[in-house]
Design a protein around this ligand. Sequence first.
Ligand code: DX5
Ligand code: ZN
Length: 235
Amino acid sequence: MATVDTAHSTAPTLRVAPSILAADFGSLAAAVDGITPGTDWLHVDVMDGHFVPNLTIGPPVVASLRAHSNLFFDTHLMITDPARYLEPFRDAGADGCTVHVEVGETAALIAQMRDLGLRVGLAANPDTPFEALEPFLEMIDLVLCMTIFPGFGGQTFMAEVLPKIAQVRTAALTAGLTLDIEVDGGIDERTVVDVTRAGANVFVAGSAVFNREDPLGAVGGILRAATDERAGMAP
Ligand code: DX5
Ligand code: ZN
């Protein structure tokens, strides 16, 4: 459950969650090793060919990576029927799962994730309003604001999502919730500045990490840009 931040002073930790969707699937372990010194989270994109028009990975791949890595597996379920797959992903080694609010049955899914001992995330597509997330903010650990329409990496960041990120941040502060606010889609050293200013603190980055010559350096560059931006923000 989102914890109450009585001090109101500790801003949520800034972190980059490299998305393995952009990595070489023939050498996933090596790709993960490459970025591990730079972060403690790995973003794992699960697609079912139904909620989004693409297919990616399932529990067996997560289990193989789990045997290889101690990173926090931030598992983004872009699937129509998460209830059926939450337990297999937990058993495979997912640490946190994020379901989309658009699939419905949200309160039941949150309860199921909690019962399974998963960290609980709730995602919203770019055109899904803040109001769809609002009733659940006190029950979850992470809000994922998609800054692209999900399904594929390498798309262009959608700045029109920035006001929704700010709405989530304001609501979390007002209610005294320590809530991770994650963004996913088109995040790089430049766009991370805007989402940090809006209130995000977890930055998923696929292309801007794994399509670079130096993925570890790219993780550091994104985190540095966010840290610099936050340092200049009013407390
Ligand atoms: C897309 C996935 C993203 C994707 C982001 O639906 O949810 O995590 O990997 O890729 P980039 O960072 O390339 O936009
Ligand atoms: Zn994702």
